[in-house]
Write a protein that binds this ligand. Structure first.
Ligand code: HEM
Length: 341
């Protein structure tokens, strides 16, 4: 039994190496995703229209007849990234200094060696720890609101949803963690290693610093743009960009419509001026009067009811008809309406 335990202990497990490989792979995908993600989100710097175009394209709006797109596509993208994010974090936790004692030993060694790459590894541990919470909040919101990526809705989330602070901290963590991670992957697996290892390391480090500054600048600028849009949109929180654009188009077109078709504005006046329909019953009650008092002129009634004319037997009623009947006056005022139509 004893010899079995000794023998089995001697056997090297492949699992740690496989877990390492899985961590490198998931880290690489997430790191590259974050660069693309930053460029897509950064499109807001070019304007609300650019961001809306990117968001709609991500929803495959070009495949739908209505142009509405399919937010479910974003849902599945977020689900994939979220799963990868959790797997990557779980694999990373293995390497965390989990007790105070381990932490002290590591800090002491870092101070003693003052080795840049070891310091970078520590930054990764700290930023990774923070990202686990901050990234989860962001990803959960995206997962449950896949159709809410829009210049106004995103800006509302940043300002009115108070996400700006979380995004700022998350942004710093992501940019440090991502670029350090990819740099360390290159060192670990020997990617881009030239003949002179020292010179390659220096080059890669320079590249890493430039990429961090580049993506951090895009992120900060994008965040500022979201903040400016969000502050301006505070009184219309929840209103989509397209709806807003449509309203603006209608508003821009309305004066022209009113000029050409005064119907909408003058409609009530026209209706008021047409008492024909309203007064119809009164016209009917006027019949007996006309018959009982043939001498009395009943203008208006006559024109509407030639019967009354027959009973009167007079033509003199006619001129008065036009004076009294407000229809004609109304029509006069409404005439341009008919002409413009
Ligand atoms: C498929 C997955 C993801 C989608 C669809 C997504 C989408 C977005 C969108 C639309 C914004 C703009 C603000 C908003 O609408 O709330 C944003 C901002 C941000 N996201 Fe993501 N995100 C994803 C994954 C991640 C991950 C994994 C991280 C890092 C852990 C991350 C970090 C950030 C940061 C830091 C910002 C703020 C950027 C800035 O404006 O400076 N995102 N994301």
């Amino acid at each position: 039994m004893e010899s079995y335990i000794i023998e089995s202990n001697k056997k090297k497990s492949r699992i740690p190496a496989r877990l390492d490989l899985a961590q490198s792979g998931s880290g690489l995908i997430l790191g590259l995703f974050m660069w693309v993600h930053m460029l897509l989100v950064g499109s807001v710097i070019l304007g609300k229209g650019s961001f809306n175009f990117v968001a709609k394209t991500m929803e495959f709006s070009f495949l739908s007849n209505t142009g509405q797109g399919f937010p479910i596509a974003v849902f599945f993208a977020v689900l994939t990234i979220f799963t990868l994010f959790i797997v990557h974090a779980l694999l990373g936790v293995r390497k965390f200094p989990i007790s105070w004692k381990q932490h002290r030993i590591m800090r002491d060694q870092m101070q003693m060696m003052n080795h840049m790459d070891t310091n970078l590894w520590y930054i990764q541990v700290v930023t990774g720890f923070l990202m686990f919470f901050l990234g989860s909040v962001h990803l959960y919101i995206m997962l449950t609101h896949p159709g809410s990526i829009d210049p106004y809705l995103s800006a509302d989330r940043v300002v009115s949803g108070n996400m700006w602070f979380l995004y700022l901290i998350l942004l710093i963590c992501v940019e440090l963690h991502g670029t350090i991670g990819i740099y360390r992957l290159c060192m670990k697996w020997g990617w881009f290693a030239g003949k002179d290892a020292r010179a390659s390391r220096k080059k890669l480090k320079l590249m890493k610093n430039r990429l961090t500054i580049f993506f951090l600048s895009i992120g900060v600028l994008a965040l500022l743009v979201f903040i400016v849009i969000g502050i301006g949109h505070k009184d219309r929180v929840g209103q989509r960009y397209e709806t807003h654009a449509a309203v603006q188009t209608i508003q821009a077109e309305t004066p022209a419509v009113e000029e050409a078709h005064p119907v909408t504005v003058e409609e009530p006046a026209v209706e008021e001026a047409h008492p024909v329909t309203v007064e119809e019953p009164a016209v009917e009650t006027a019949h007996p009067v006309a018959m009982e008092e043939p001498g009395v002129e009943k203008p208006g009634v006559e024109e509407a009811h030639p019967v009354a004319e027959e009973s009167n037997g007079t033509e003199a009623v006619h001129p008065a008809v036009e004076e009294v009947h407000p229809v004609d006056t109304a029509h006069d005022s409404a005439k341009p309406v008919e002409e413009t139509h």
